[in-house]
Design a binder for this molecule. Structure first.
Ligand code: NAD
Ligand code: GLY
Length: 364
């Protein structure tokens, strides 16, 4: 039985469907905008597993169903790969009623969304997320884009999908490391917004690691509810939405500093959350017990709790240099998502010297 979460954004509102067997069920796609053509955008790993099922489910709805398989990996989230989507759209004569289906993890979802935002100045798209990370975070809320060698997700657009289809069954083929990476984005919702959810995660992280269906459904639904509530209040991140980037300022520095794809996004976020919690502690906002609690949960989810050394000469300096490129930076000042008491996040700056101490203490 599918569950639904709504993201309320006026005329851009949409539903997030969560459950088993959704991807291959034709009725999942009832009510989408009409069009004569669809383009399934996937990658070389996910398409062989699920594109045929999606194509069959869409067959009665679209006269033509095209497909493009992108190279797999964060290192391919760039202009060259994006161009492959536009190549197919133009080669196949796709008009502005063509519906894009993003079938994959966050990389495919972010790029497909950006292609949808810009092809003929905007065409409809549907998110069919196939990683835990994409189901609990990246497919919801309309952030789309690509990386630049100098900074992560630096080029993109806010552009909402028509629907999000979270089929929990597809998570069975996800490698364990990727599953853990998704748990990082699940865990983040506790400290920033909902300590009851953090309590629940502490009780059920073992069930989640064992792919228990009931626990998974609860984790995905709760994550989507929290994210939908935040995005519903601040779609374009003029304020509140930035709290969803807890751990990401340090995490993006790790991803860019190591080279995209070496550390997974969720792994960077995991170590980054420990660093951000430790910075919060050193600023007197949370106590040691809170940092330990979060660190233990992150470790139990199979995730790193220490950041990597990015530069053996001046590691903290390298982190600071990379973090200044963050989208939250203002006039060169790095702004962090910090925990101001359990369950409450704030965005603020911190003295470089203190940030250096945290990096020195939290990297190995
Ligand atoms: P990903 O898209 O690279 O997918 C991870 C790996 O799993 C890939 O190799 C993929 O091919 C494979 N895979 C996907 N589904 C599978 C399945 N069901 N079975 C087997 N293999 C499968 O990574 P991700 O963690 O999903 O997403 C990370 C990206 O999401 C980053 O680029 C990050 O910046 C972005 N992101 C965006 C937002 C947003 O709000 N738009 C939020 C968080 C993260
Ligand atoms: N993943 C952060 C956001 O969507 O705002």
């Amino acid at each position: 039985m599918a569950q639904e979460v709504s993201l309320d954004l006026g005329e851009r509102s949409y539903r997030i469907a969560i459950g088993g067997g959704l991807l291959a069920n034709a009725s999942t796609y009832d009510g989408l905008p009409p069009g004569s053509a669809a383009l399934i955008v996937s990658n070389t790993t996910v398409a062989p597993l699920y594109a045929a099922s999606l194509r069959a489910a869409l067959a009665g709805r679209y006269a033509q169903i095209h497909e493009v398989r992108l190279p797999d990996g964060e290192e391919h989230k760039n202009w060259q790969t994006l161009q492959l989507i536009f190549d197919v759209l133009l080669e196949q004569g796709c008009d502005r009623k063509t519906v894009l289906f993003a079938l994959g993890g966050g990389v495919v979802g972010d790029m497909t969304g950006f292609a949808a935002a810009s092809y003929m100045r905007g065409i409809p798209f549907v998110q069919v997320p196939t990683t835990l990370l994409a189901q609990v975070d990246s497919s919801v809320g309309g952030k789309t884009g690509i990386n630049h060698p100098l900074g992560k997700n630096m080029v993109g657009a806010f552009y909402q999908p028509q629907r999000v289809v979270c089929d929990l069954d597809v998570l069975s083929t996800l490698p364990a490391r990727e599953f853990s990476a998704g748990l990082a984005e699940v865990i983040k919702y506790g400290p920033i917004a909902d300590m009851d959810f953090l309590d629940w995660l502490e009780r059920h992280v073992g069930d989640l690691m064992a792919h228990d269906g009931t626990a998974l459904a609860h984790a995905v639904r709760s994550s989507c509810e929290i994210k939908a509530a935040v995005v519903g209040q601040d779609e374009k991140e003029s304020g509140l939405r930035a709290i969803l980037n807890f751990g990401h300022t340090f995490g993006h520095a790790i991803e860019a500093g190591m080279g995209y794809g070496v550390w997974l996004h969720g792994e960077g976020v995991a170590a980054g959350m420990v660093m951000a919690a430790e910075l919060s502690r050193r600023l007197g906002m949370v106590d040691e017990a809170f940092v330990q609690r979060l660190t233990t949960l992150i470790r139990r989810a199979g995730l790193p709790t220490k950041g990597p050394i990015l530069d053996t000469q001046d590691n903290a300096g390298r982190y600071l240099e990379l973090m200044r490129i963050d989208k939250k930076s203002e006039a060169g000042e790095i702004r962090f998502v910090l925990i101001d008491g359990p369950g409450k996040a704030v965005v603020r700056g911190a003295p470089d010297a203190l940030v250096r101490e945290v990096i020195d203490a939290c990297c190995e």
